[in-house]
Design a protein around this ligand. Structure first.
Ligand code: AMP
Length: 266
């Protein structure tokens, strides 16, 4: 596996495989790899000849109130995981490489980016859409792999790809969970044991919502009731929306950590 830092190095590394007609797969990430990221890398390894993983903590998708500096970073540990997963190219650019001075063009997704995560984090999806469009331009992958854990992100990226006629196939993979049901997330690292116990109400509530929906009931009401029963967290939103399929999505705060999760209702 090669680790590269610049756009020019990515293009050079992919020139020959592309000329040979090899299928290039991209897994966009912000690092702090866990089994959720690994599932995306393995899927890319299965489906593609060349696997590129980008590792970039994208400043433009963090809102002013969020602590970009607090996001976990460990390139060495991540490189070891990626190598083990059979990744060919790890692209870990600096912020200046992707946003050089004079950078002034943004991809601004519409209505879908203004609800749920978009309402809670204004500008978040503009940052996501812009960096993904740039990565698609740099790597020119045949396929890009995303996790359903971020269902709204999948929906926004698919919208961008359709609206801008980008020639990349978006693959969405199921959420990987810990044995106790909590969806894996880099942010779980911030939870104390007591906070983690409270956080388990989130997957429980989504499951309750799914069961209510299946028996003809109100998914949102059932999920909200389960969340309200847990004192250790505060609810940001619980909603049903079409996020690449009918989805019950929720965001909660546990201490200083914000967690999101969702289940597909289809
Ligand atoms: P991140 O590094 O958090 O930006 O995530 C990179 C990719 O991994 C995104 O497509 C996420 O949706 C996906 N991902 C994160 N957590 C999980 C998970 N628990 N299961 C599946 N995919 C995930």
């Amino acid at each position: 596996m090669r680790i590269v830092r610049t756009v020019a190095e990515v293009r050079e590394a992919l020139r020959e495989p592309r000329a040979r007609g090899e299928r290039i797969g991209l897994v966009p990430t912000m690092g702090a790899f866990h089994a959720g990221h690994l599932a995306l890398m393995r899927a890319a390894r299965e489906a593609c000849d060349v696997v590129v993983v980008s590792l970039f903590v994208n400043p433009s998708q963090f809102t002013a109130a969020e602590d970009l500096a607090r996001y976990p970073r460990d390139l060495e540990a991540d490189a070891a995981v990626a190598r083990e997963a059979g990744v060919d190219l790890l692209f870990a650019p600096s912020a200046e490489e992707l946003y050089p001075s004079g950078f002034d063009t943004w991809v601004d997704p519409g209505e879908l980016a203004t609800v749920l995560e978009g309402a809670a984090r204004p500008g978040h999806f503009r940052g996501v859409a812009t960096v993904c469009t740039k990565l698609f331009g740099i790597v020119a992958p045949a396929m890009a792999f995303f996790g359903r854990k971020d269902a709204q992100q999948v929906a926004v990226v698919k919208r961008v790809v359709a609206d801008l006629d980008l020639s990349v196939l978006i693959e969405a993979l199921p959420t990987v969970r810990d044995r106790d049901g909590l969806a894996l997330s880099s942010r779980n690292l911030f939870l104390s044991p007591a906070e983690r116990a409270s956080a388990l109400a989130l997957p429980r509530a989504l499951q309750a919502g799914l069961e209510a929906h299946r028996s003809g009931g109100d998914a949102v009401a059932a999920a909200r009731a389960a969340l309200n029963a847990e004192r250790g967290l505060s609810v940001d939103y619980v909603a049903v929306a079409d996020l690449d399929g009918l989805t019950l999505a929720a965001a909660v705060r546990v201490g200083s950590t914000r967690l999101i999760d969702n289940v597909n209702l289809d």
